[in-house]
Design a protein around this ligand. Structure first.
Ligand SMILES: Cc1cc2nc3c(=O)[nH]c(=O)nc-3n(C[C@H](O)[C@H](O)[C@H](O)COP(=O)(O)OP(=O)(O)OC[C@H]3O[C@@H](n4cnc5c(N)ncnc54)[C@H](O)[C@@H]3O)c2cc1C
Length: 406
C-alpha cells in the first residue's frame, strides 16, 4: 500500500472482523498547542506503551502521540502468545546470521520474556497474564529429526526445553505428530489491557499521552527533531517511531514484508483438554497453526497466514479462514468441540530472518524506529524498550547489532 500522501507513515486498514479483546481507554489529552519534549514516542500500541513506560524511568519529559485511540492498531489483533521462541528456529537462524548471533538473539528473547512477566507483576498490571509452557510440534518444515537437532542447538545455547518423541507426545497430550519440543518460560495475556496498563503506569510517572494526533511530517536536524501535526509542532530531542506495520515513509524495508493473518476465539467456558490452560501450542509448518486459552476459558486459534496485504481480502476471507482454523484444530485435537464467538484478521509483518528492526533511522538524526516483525512481536517490543533508551543515553547494548537495519 502506498504511503498516505499527507502523513509521515503509511496508513493502513490494519484489522477486520471482531477481535476478542475489549477496548480500553487510558486518559488521553487533546493537543491544543505546540509543545516541547525530551522524547516523543509516535504510536500508542503495545510497542509504544513499552517504550513510554521505559522512557518514563530515564527521561523527564516524555510525550506519546497516536492518530488512533491507544491499542486500536494491530495490537488489538494480537493473540498475545508471549514466547521466547523466535519464528525462525535457532538452527535456521544460525544458517542466516551465524550461530553466535543467532544464539544471542534467542537468549535475548528468553530474557525479555522473563522480564515481561516480572514487569507486569511488579507494576501490578491486570492483563490476564498467565505463565505457560510451549509445545512446538513437528510439521511440514521440520520433522522429528529437525526438532531433535533444534533442541540440541537450543541446549548448547543454554536455552531450556525437552524433546518429546511421538509416543510420549501421544501419551501426555494425545497428539499424533512425529515429535515436539516442550519448553518452559512462556506466557499469555490480553494485549489491549497490557498496553492500557503500561500506558497508565507511564502516565502516573509523568508521561503525557495525546490522541488523536497524527504526525504528518518529520523534520530532523542534528540538534533535535520537530514533528508537524498539521496544526501544531512537537519539538523534541529524540523521536521514537513505534508505528507498527504503518511504516515510516522512506525507512529502508529490504527483507521485510506485510502479510495477513487470521484468528478465531471460541465462546467462554469452552470444552478443551485442561493441559491447554498451561500450554501454548504451535508447529514447525508454514504457515503455522497456533493456539492458547484465556482465563475465561476461550480457546484462541490463529494462523492461515498469506503473503498478501489487502484489507478487502482479509475481510472477505474471514469465514473461510475460520472454517480452516477450526478444521485444523479438530484434526490436531480429536473430539474437541468448538463454538466460535469471534473471528478476526490483521496485517502482519515478517522479516526474512524473523528478527525485528530496532535502530536509528538512516538520514534522520535523532530518530529511532521499532519494527517488531514476527509471531513474537510483543517480546520484540519489550526488547526495543530496553535498547532504544540505552542508545539515546549514549550507552551500548551488547545485542543492538543483531537488530540493526539489514
Ligand atoms: C492475527 C495476529 C495475531 C498475532 N499474534 C501475536 C502473538 O500471539 N504474539 C505476539 O507477540 N504478536 C502477535 N502478533 C503481532 C502483534 O500484533 C504485533 O507485533 C504488535 O501488535 C505490534 O504492535 P505495535 O505497537 O508495534 O503496532 P500497533 O499496535 O499497530 O501500534 C502502532 C500505532 O502507531 C500509530 N501510528 C501510525 N502512524 C502514525 C502517525 N503518522 N501518527 C500518529 N500515530 C501513528 C497507529 O495508529 C497505531 O496505534 C499478531 C498479529 C496478528 C495480526
Amino acid at each position: 500500500m502506498p504511503p498516505h500522501p499527507d502523513s509521515a507513515t503509511a496508513e493502513k486498514n490494519l484489522r477486520s472482523g471482531s477481535s476478542v479483546w475489549k477496548e480500553r481507554q487510558p486518559p488521553c489529552s487533546v493537543l491544543i498547542d505546540s509543545i516541547r519534549a525530551d522524547i516523543v514516542v509516535v504510536g500508542a500500541g503495545v510497542s509504544g506503551a513499552f517504550m513510554a513506560h521505559a522512557m518514563s524511568k530515564k527521561f523527564e519529559n516524555v510525550v506519546v502521540v497516536d492518530r488512533r485511540a491507544p491499542a486500536r492498531g494491530s495490537t488489538a489483533s494480537s493473540t498475545a502468545m508471549l514466547q521466547f521462541e523466535i519464528d525462525t528456529p535457532l538452527t535456521k537462524l544460525a544458517d542466516k546470521i551465524g550461530m553466535a548471533s543467532a544464539a544471542r538473539a534467542w537468549r535475548r528473547s528468553w530474557r525479555a520474556t522473563q522480564a515481561l512477566v516480572k514487569l507486569v507483576q511488579a507494576e501490578n498490571i491486570r492483563c490476564g497474564l498467565r505463565r505457560a509452557s510451549t509445545l512446538y510440534l513437528a510439521g511440514s518444515d521440520m520433522g522429528f529429526r529437525g526438532l531433535e537437532k533444534e533442541n540440541r542447538a537450543r541446549h548448547r545455547a543454554a536455552l531450556p526445553g525437552e524433546y518429546l518423541a511421538a509416543e510420549k507426545l501421544r501419551e501426555i497430550f494425545s497428539i499424533d505428530r512425529t515429535g515436539a519440543i516442550f519448553s518452559p518460560g512462556a506466557a499469555s495475556a490480553d494485549p489491549v489491557r497490557l498496553t492500557d496498563g503500561l500506558l497508565r503506569r507511564a502516565i502516573q510517572s509523568g508521561v503525557r499521552l495525546f490522541s488523536p494526533v497524527e504526525i504528518k511530517k518529520v523534520m530532523a536536524t542534528p540538534h533535535g527533531v520537530t514533528l508537524d501535526t498539521g496544526k501544531h509542532f512537537i519539538e523534541a530531542k529524540y523521536a521514537v517511531f513505534c508505528t507498527g506495520y504503518e511504516l515510516l515513509k522512506d525507512v529502508p524495508r529490504e527483507g521485510t514484508k506485510i502479510t495477513s493473518s487470521w484468528a478465531v476465539a471460541t465462546r467462554p467456558r469452552a470444552n478443551y483438554p485442561g493441559w491447554l490452560d498451561e500450554t501454548l501450542v504451535w508447529e514447525a509448518s508454514t504457515p503455522y497453526l497456533y493456539m492458547r486459552t484465556t482465563p475465561d476459558k476461550r480457546l484462541i486459534v490463529g494462523g492461515e497466514d498469506e503473503d498478501i496485504d489487502l484489507p478487502s481480502y482479509r475481510a472477505r476471507s474471514l469465514e473461510r479462514k475460520a472454517g480452516r482454523l477450526t478444521a485444523k484444530t479438530k484434526k490436531l485435537i480429536p473430539g474437541i468441540e468448538l463454538s466460535i464467538g469471534h473471528t478476526w484478521s490483521g496485517a502482519f509483518g515478517e522479516s526474512e530472518d524473523g528478527l525485528p528492526i530496532i535502530d536509528a533511522v538512516p538520514d534522520m538524526p535523532n530518530c529511532y524506529v521499532v519494527m517488531g516483525f514476527g509471531g513474537n512481536g510483543t517480546i520484540y517490543s519489550l526488547i526495543a524498550s530496553q535498547i532504544v533508551p540505552t542508545l539515546i543515553k549514549g550507552r551500548t547494548d551488547k545485542d543492538a547489532d543483531i537488530f540493526r537495519f539489514r
